[in-house]
Design a protein around this ligand. Structure first.
Ligand code: SAM
Ligand code: DTB
Ligand code: SF4
Length: 316
């Protein structure tokens, strides 16, 4: 396991002829993962919209008019009903996202802890993405049994300022460190298609692969362009760039779960197949991500059948 990949090395991998890149990624992938199985995860937005941050990609930022309705924290019961449905669909991981800058103290946090305990009691992995947190909150989440905390670096440190002005890259790294020290696994990745150059992507990959240990989970998102956000009219990303990004992440971080995350709705079956060949071994299932649409369950069943692939079984 290497944590010292250089931008030059990463660039050389990312730009290899596609057949060589895929072969290399497959070789790394097969040494540690089943090539015919992907983990199904389901997302639930437990607190929606009105976020004080100004992330240029995000439909939930209060800075933009996107038509996302603000909703307060859902009840524990509502969250657990969604988790049970997710389990029945074959998901083994349930991810709860809140449009918070940081986790509020008090009753709302206690409610989230109850959700985490409830999801774990169903025998599923529980993941939360709730913004910044304190050491005490990280510890409480760990004690509730939280499997993973999602907190993305999103892009390179250099490009970050073009996308978000209300917090720093260092804030992100500090949160990741708190999660790690509390003993919760780290889910950390990024987004392509925000107008960044390939070099910015190499730098993001260097940042992710320099974390020691590597994030156990690396979501690779393709920007979902939402009307009202500053990136609504960003240039459409070439799916082959997503394939290269996934393959490179797989090669740099061999043991991690690489998650083909937002953006699947704009990918053909063939493009998704290439993502799996490149080493992606997880998807979000269900017709909604947090606020934007995602392929329907029967679409994914049809895809897996065509590809001769299946969902992996519970590991917890
Ligand atoms: N507020 C918390 C935070 O920012 O860490 C958690 C929720 S936030 C919505 C989780 C992640 O979703 C972001 O870090 C970003 O990577 C991803 N995301 C948000 N909007 C997106 C979009 N339009 N397209 C792709 N990914 C998006
Ligand atoms: C991640 O990297 N992607 C997921 C999950 N982590 C929380 C979220 C994608 C959100 C896409 C925009 C939306 O649906 O609001
Ligand atoms: Fe808020 Fe997270 Fe969206 Fe940024 S990405 S605006 S922090 S919900």
């Amino acid at each position: 396991m290497r944590h010292d990949w250089t931008v030059k090395e990463i660039a050389a991998i990312y730009t290899e002829p596609l057949p060589d890149l895929i072969f290399r990624a497959q070789t790394v992938h097969r040494a540690r993962h089943r090539p015919d199985q992907v983990q199904g995860c389901v997302l639930l937005s437990i607190k929606t919209g009105g976020c004080p941050e100004d992330c240029a990609y995000c439909p939930q930022s209060a800075h933009y008019k996107t038509g996302v309705n603000r909703e307060g924290l859902v009840s524990v019961e509502e969250a657990l009903t969604a988790a049970k449905n997710a389990k029945a669909q074959g998901a083994t991981r349930f991810c709860m996202g809140a449009a918070w800058r940081d986790i509020p103290k008090g009753e709302q946090f206690d409610q989230v802890l109850a959700m985490v305990r409830g999801v774990r009691a169903l025998g599923m992995e529980a993941c939360c993405t709730l913004g910044m947190l304190t050491d005490e909150q990280a510890q409480a989440l760990a004690e509730a049994g939280l499997t993973a905390y999602n907190h993305n670096l999103d892009t390179s440190a250099e490009f970050y300022g073009e996308i978000i002005s209300t917090r720093t890259y260092q804030d992100r790294l500090t949160t990741l460190d708190r999660v790690r020290r509390a003993g919760v696994t780290v889910c950390c990745g990024g987004i392509i298609g925000m107008g960044e150059s390939r070099t910015e992507r190499y730098r993001l990959l260097r940042e992710l692969s320099s974390l020691n240990p590597h994030p156990e989970s690396v979501p690779v998102n393709m920007l979902v362009r939402v009307e009202g956000t500053p990136l609504a009219h960003a240039k459409e990303e070439d799916p082959l760039e997503l394939v290269r990004m996934i393959a490179t992440a797989r090669i740099l971080m061999p043991a991690s779960m690489v998650r083909l995350s937002a953006g699947r709705l704009s990918l053909s079956d063939e493009a998704q197949a290439l993502c799996f060949l490149a080493g992606a071994n997880s998807i979000f299932m269900g017709d909604k991500l947090l606020t934007t649409p995602n392929p329907e369950a029967n679409e994914d069943r049809r895809l897996f059948e065509k590809l001769g692939m299946s969902l992996s079984h519970a590991t917890v």
